[in-house]
Design a protein around this ligand. Structure first.
Ligand code: FAD
Length: 387
């Protein structure tokens, strides 16, 4: 067992940090209002494209699709370094639901060329449309239907909470081809281009962060050819399986982001504890304040180690169902605790929009909910324990 970060990944971390310092921080200062949450879509796209040019964006995708074949351990370290910068634009340089999902690796060669390659180069963006008003955690229970009509499929139904739903060039839409069969052959994934008749963007759904948020997508007699079935016509009924196959990549990615954000928040808290004086001495001299900082450091370290271990096992070809759920639960809950504590360390200033902690507090709250809630991760872990 070797606990050293491999030299090439340390180099990669320096590279992305340098890119963020040289290009993204000045861009953020020029173009973002620090007290507003919204990051305009064209700015996100510019960041994604520049990052792709430099080889950071989607680096874990295969080389023949424009990526760098970077193993997950490298990708985790890259994302952690980007998140640790505290630069808001850095999030779009390495991670984002509008970018390529591992699920598209199940596509046919023709589909990969048409849809995945422009995602990896950040020329296009997508959205992942699984959740419905009556089916979130219980995703097998989706009501959107796919009905065969000659050589085509007709989609009907409503998705909600869809990130990038309004701007995506295409949606990966999960629909029931046979509601009785559910995950066992009853759910198909379709690649649906945004200008397909019957594909409508519904109302926007605004959450804790201001800005455009999520969207409803409404499919009304939306006709797609069987060539739009993810994986081709023979992959009908395989949609749920395709989605489940690449869950670990998403969970690791979120874990890495949490670790980096937590590092950043801890660095703010540590500095404040040294600088701020009360009762004639730095507040960091008080054991209660030390406890907030020390407990955070301990938890960040634990979270990183479990993330690296899971990534290394994934790269070694192991099934990491248990490990990736552990990472998802622990890292997302850890970062919420760390941000909360760092606000406490800052006293009233922590609550103010002048400092980034207030926005990060709202940002990280979503992470225990998306890509499988904490309860669902615990359910998965319980299953792996034979319960
Ligand atoms: C900001 C945001 C962005 C999102 N982006 C997307 C996206 O791009 N694409 C997409 O498809 N979806 C997206 N989602 C949806 C997200 O994945 C779901 O919200 C999530 O899966 C939970 O589903 P739900 O909201 O319907 O909650 P529910 O499934 O109704 O769950 C409610 C509560 O019950 C708990 N629960 C449910 N079942 C069990 C169980 N068996 N055991 C224990 N507890 C259980 C849950 O953990 C939760 O606490 C997004 C959501 C948000 C808020």
């Amino acid at each position: 067992m070797n606990f050293e970060i491999p030299a090439e990944y340390a180099e990669l971390q320096r590279g992305v940090t340098d890119f963020i310092d040289r290009e993204l921080r000045p861009l953020e200062e020029r173009e973002l209002d620090p007290e507003k949450d919204e990051v305009p879509i064209d700015l996100r796209d510019r960041v994604r494209r520049r990052s792709a040019e430099l080889g950071f964006y989607a680096a874990d995708f295969p080389q023949d699709l424009g990526g760098s074949d970077l193993p997950q351990l490298g990708m985790v370290l890259l994302r952690e370094a980007a998140a640790r910068s505290g630069c808001r634009l850095a999030a779009f340089a390495t991670y984002g639901p509008e970018g390529p999902t591992g699920v598209l690796l199940s596509a046919t060669d023709e589909q990969k060329k048409r849809y995945l390659v422009p995602l990896v180069s950040a020329e296009k963006s997508m959205c992942f449309a699984l959740t419905e008003p009556d089916a979130g955690s219980d995703a097998q229970n989706i009501k959107t239907t796919a009905t065969k009509d000659g050589g085509d499929w007709i989609l009907n139904g409503t998705k909600h909470f869809i990130t990038n739903g309004k701007h995506a060039d295409f949606a990966l839409v999960f629909a029931a081809n046979d509601r009785g069969k559910k995950a066992q052959g009853g759910i198909t994934a379709f690649i649906v281009e945004r200008d397909t008749p019957g594909f409508n963007v519904g109302r926007g759904q605004v959450g804790m962060l201001e800005g455009e948020g999520q969207f409803e997508l409404v499919f009304e007699g939306c006709r797609v050819s069987e060539e739009q079935v993810l994986g081709g016509p023979e992959a009908v009924g395989m949609g749920f399986y395709a989605a489940m196959q690449f869950l670990a990549m998403g969970r690791l990615s979120i874990g890495a982001m949490c670790n980096g954000i937590a590092d950043y928040c801890l660095s703010l808290g540590l500095q404040y504890a040294k600088d701020r004086e009360a009762f004639g001495r730095p507040i960091g001299k008080n054991q209660y304040i030390q406890g907030h900082l020390v407990d955070s450091l301990i938890e960040i370290k634990a979270s990183k180690l479990m993330t690296y271990e899971c990534a290394a096992k994934y790269d070694g070809g192991d099934s990491v169902i248990q490990e990736s759920s552990i990472v998802k639960v622990y890292a997302t809950e850890m970062v919420n605790r760390v941000v909360d504590r760092m606000i406490q360390v800052h006293g009233g200033m922590g609550w103010m929009r002048e400092l980034p902690l207030e926005r990060i507090y709202r940002l990280v709250r979503i992470l225990t909910l998306v890509e499988g809630t904490s309860e669902i991760q615990r359910y998965i872990i319980a299953k792996t324990m034979g319960l």
